[in-house]
Ligand binder design. Sequence first.
Ligand SMILES: Cc1cc2nc3c(=O)[nH]c(=O)nc-3n(C[C@H](O)[C@H](O)[C@H](O)COP(=O)(O)O)c2cc1C
Length: 309
Amino acid sequence: MSAPDLSIRLGPAEIKNPVMTASGTCGYGPEYGPYTDLSMLGAFTTKSVTLKPRKGNAPQRIVETPGGMLNAIGLANVGIDEFERVKAPEAAKIGTTIFANVAGHSIQEYVAVCERIDAIDAISGIELNVSCPNVSDGLTFGTDARLLAEVTAECRKVIKRGALIVKLSPNVTDITEMARAAIDGGADALSMINTLLGMKIDINKRRPVIANRTGGLSGPCIRPVAIHLVNKVYNNVAKTAGIPIVGMGGITNWQDAIEFFLAGATAVSVGTALFTHPDAPMRIIAGIEDFLRKNGVASVRDLVGALNE
Ligand SMILES: Cc1cc2nc3c(=O)[nH]c(=O)nc-3n(C[C@H](O)[C@H](O)[C@H](O)COP(=O)(O)O)c2cc1C
């Protein structure tokens, strides 16, 4: 059997393999340069970019939890001016597909940042972060279907060249409603899930450990939730609409990635695992290829939603 086909497509973006990095867990690229060969990735996703630079929340912003971590970074980032001038050209040197993650406080802010990023040749698409749980108003867009459709549609108007991926929040009652709204607004793909809201208390100080009080839970502890939600969105919305899903949430090895494909994801992103194993995505790519070869599967696309019900 010839080498299995690992290529996938997210809207207009053709991607050499289905393994990506999750936004916010690997900066803008060069930070990981000394530790691993990012050019092997299917795609690299940057930290969220906003119109103005942001310092983010006060420390303590991160704490380890059983099977994961809580973070309340609060969208600390360099802002679009420095992203355009410094970070995007640096990310371009990675030598693979680059997606920029965009966040904002108003529809106008999302649109302004998307328009400028779509003009950067090195960026192949935009992931809209409508679901950050760590800023005071960050959840509004991701938890209100009407607003979500509107912000997606307005950004769609200015994203003429790249792919538009909308990142869904798990902190909602019915995620399929949000998936439909994003697709109605013109999303080429959905990514899911962002972190789950959580809290940890220092029992001696009787205070929340995270200065922001709450944070976003990520890592292996959220994987069963992510698998369930990917499968739900795939079965109820994405499959019929023909919209690919980028699955994420606690992926640490190739077996986890295969689980996401079977649940309905076309690609996967690795986030928290990078903190302990910066080379995890590379081992995952090799493991997927091996699994396909051993099982006589010609293309990774053949695994998408291929669950025996
Ligand atoms: C420290 C940290 C920072 C993050 N920052 C962002 C961000 O800026 N934008 C975003 O869309 N998601 C952000 N996320 C969420 C991740 O991209 C991902 O959706 C989530 O962590 C689940 O994947 P994981 O369990 O593999 O980490 C962040 C996650 C962590 C742990």
